[in-house]
Design a binder for this molecule. Structure first.
Ligand SMILES: Nc1ncnc2c1ncn2[C@@H]1O[C@H](COP(=O)(O)OP(=O)(O)O)[C@@H](O)[C@H]1O
Ligand SMILES: [Mg+2]
Length: 363
């Protein structure tokens, strides 16, 4: 058997004529943090709401701890929930806000006190019991929402874009908090976001979605480095895409021709037939930019001369748009201490064969 604590089987959700979720299968392993990642409207919230019991499935089954829960009401599913607008009760004290979830459970007053104190310690805000939400900062209120969700000792924590209302610095801090807390408590967490950085930095597993369909599932490095299609590649970061055709094999590398006759080599070979048309992708961060004439150690292939057409300084990185002799423009992102190149500089690009991935041609 597997260690899945939450399972979806063939789950479909229709709202009148909108197909919000299409045949979704999911296995969430106990103790992991799994992220549903995708653009707005792809069905993330709907999936979370169906797991929570706030929304019925049109088809399919949901299991929590091996038990089918389609007909189990929200309050009997033992789930902690945090949504984007974490809506604490403004007139209640922090104590009452955190204790709220325990009120309707069979928990003694003394036990409630013990658990609230512990939950506040866990989110590193001990001693704020008698304040009101407005007396806390946005980040602190977010942590109170977290305390309120974990105080019931849920089997699974559901978080729907909980950080998107916070400003960038606070978000980064809260990402770490959620990540640390999740590993400390070992609590299974399903996290929803449209932010790829958030997903990459926190998740054990990422489920990339588009139009109600799962596109790919895997660890952060897997979905980033080995995307299965154009959408996933593009959604997870800056990519160059080229239509290409398999020419054959040479020196253990796959040889492909890109549309304009350029030849590139890739380490990734799934045994495609010669002549097969695919798409070649290479992430902008994986391309090396050196001054024209500078040697690139240990390589003889995938080297192209070009001219910097434009350069954008981004603080910790620089973006170069380099025009090759045949007019192709390559986007390269350089992450280093110095960014020596300027517009019109002559440069040489190296595109390492191990970073040339091939995916199905877009239709
Ligand atoms: N209550 C509803 N009634 C009708 N359509 C809905 C409802 N909730 C969501 N939808 C539609 O379902 C699709 C998925 O929405 P949602 O799950 O909110 O996406 P996400 O959270 O990924 O942004 C969208 O097309 C949205 O408009
Ligand atoms: Mg949503």
């Amino acid at each position: 058997m597997n260690n899945s604590i939450v399972q979806l089987r063939n789950v479909v959700k229709r709202f009148d004529d909108v197909l919000a979720v299409e045949k979704m299968d999911l296995d969430i392993e106990e103790g992991t943090l799994v992220t549903l990642l995708g653009p707005s409207g792809c069905g993330k919230t709907t999936i979370l709401r169906m797991i929570a019991g706030l929304e019925d499935c049109s088809e399919g089954d949901i299991y929590i701890k091996g038990k089918r829960v389609n007909d189990v009401p929200v309050h009997k599913r033992n789930l902690g929930m945090i949504f984007q607008d974490y809506a604490l009760f403004p007139h209640k004290t922090i104590y009452d806000n955190v204790a709220f979830g325990l009120k309707y459970r069979d928990v003694s007053k003394a036990e409630i006190k013990k658990r609230v104190t512990r939950a506040l310690e866990t989110v590193r805000l001990p001693g704020v019991e008698f304040r009101k939400p407005a007396q806390l900062s946005g980040g602190q209120q977010q942590r109170i929402a977290l305390a309120r969700a974990i105080v019931i000792e849920p089997d699974v924590l559901l978080m729907d874009e909980p950080l998107s209302a916070l400003d960038e610095n606070l978000r980064e801090e809260m990402r770490q908090e959620v990540d640390n807390l999740q590993s400390e408590l070992g609590i299974t967490t399903i996290f929803v976001t449209h932010d790829q950085r958030e997903a990459l930095s926190m998740s054990d597993n990422i489920i990339v979605m588009k139009d109600g369909l799962k596109q790919q599932e895997g660890g952060p490095e897997e979905v980033y480095d080995a995307p299965v299609n154009h959408f996933v590649a593009d959604f997870l970061g800056h990519c160059n895409f080229y239509a290409c055709r398999i020419l054959g094999r040479e020196n253990g590398l796959l040889k492909v021709e890109v549309a304009d006759g350029k030849t590139l080599y890739s380490e990734h070979d799934e045994g495609w037939d010669v002549g097969k048309e695919l798409e070649l992708l290479v992430r902008a961060q994986k391309i090396e930019v050196v001054a024209r004439g500078d040697t690139i150690p240990d390589t003889e292939v995938n080297i192209f001369d070009g001219i910097v057409k434009s350069r954008m300084y981004m603080g910790g990185e620089a973006w170069y748009f380099v025009e090759l002799q045949d007019g192709t423009v390559v986007h390269a992102i350089s992450i280093s201490r110095e960014f020596p190149f300027r517009d019109k500089d002559a440069v040489t690009l190296h595109i390492p064969p191990r970073h040339c991935r091939l995916i199905p041609k877009e239709t």
